[in-house]
Design a protein around this ligand. Structure first.
Ligand SMILES: [Zn+2]
Ligand SMILES: [Zn+2]
Length: 206
């Protein structure tokens, strides 16, 4: 499987392409900005976008969503508890960012433990509320896409609509930190890490 990080948009959100070199199926995680860049990358790899999946609905993660949907016609997937945010430009904060307000209805809503198939990989949805109520992490073999739940050396903020600090810590401690230590953490902002490194060093998880 191929994974590529593409920082996009005004807040440099990490958009990821995760795709199969064999079947040429890919998913795009968090299209934060210029959708043409994503589509060009997919074209370079000869891959088609099977899913557009959102770790959560915040404006910085969905800046390129409308255009990517128009260019690929791939279904938009989000956890059911963030559907409300995705459909409301003031709740998802896009109306307050230097971007076009985004309000879109998802094609499919996800729940904890749902499985998404991309090429040879069966990706698992892990519901990790706390940054938003419908925040998810996506476990794809040895990679964990963590959105704004867990960063290298930090965690997401919980002072925005639907945020809850205690719940966020609880999500990370009960659902993420005991995963295999070698699993690579690929967050919504900043550099990547591993589960082992975060377990040992992340000051918010002491
Ligand atoms: Zn966020
Ligand atoms: Zn973010």
């Amino acid at each position: 499987m191929l994974v590529e990080r593409i920082p996009l948009g005004v807040y440099a959100v990490n958009c990821y392409i995760y795709g199969s070199r064999e079947s040429k199926e890919a998913m795009v995680v968090d299209p934060g900005g210029d959708a043409q860049v994503i589509v060009d990358k997919l074209k370079d790899y000869g891959m088609t976008c099977k899913y557009i999946i959102l770790t959560h609905a915040h404006g910085d993660h969905i800046g390129g969503l409308k255009k990517l949907k128009a260019l690929t016609n791939a279904p938009i997937l989000i956890h059911k508890d963030d559907e409300e945010l995705l459909m409301d430009a003031s709740k998802n904060l896009s109306s307050r960012m230097s971007m076009e307000p985004v309000n879109i209805k998802p094609d499919r809503v996800l729940e904890d433990n749902d499985k998404i198939k991309v090429g040879e990989c069966t990706c698992k949805i892990i519901h990790t509320p706390g940054h938003t109520q419908g925040g998810i992490c996506i476990l794809a073999n040895d990679i964990l896409f963590t959105g704004d739940t867990l960063f290298a050396g930090s965690i997401g903020r919980s002072d925005l609509y639907g945020g809850n600090h205690k719940q966020l810590i609880n999500s990370i401690k009960t659902k993420l930190i005991d995963l295999d230590g070698d699993i690579k953490v690929m967050p919504g902002h900043g550099p990547s890490s591993t589960i082992a490194k975060e377990k040992q060093n992340n000051p918010f998880l002491r």
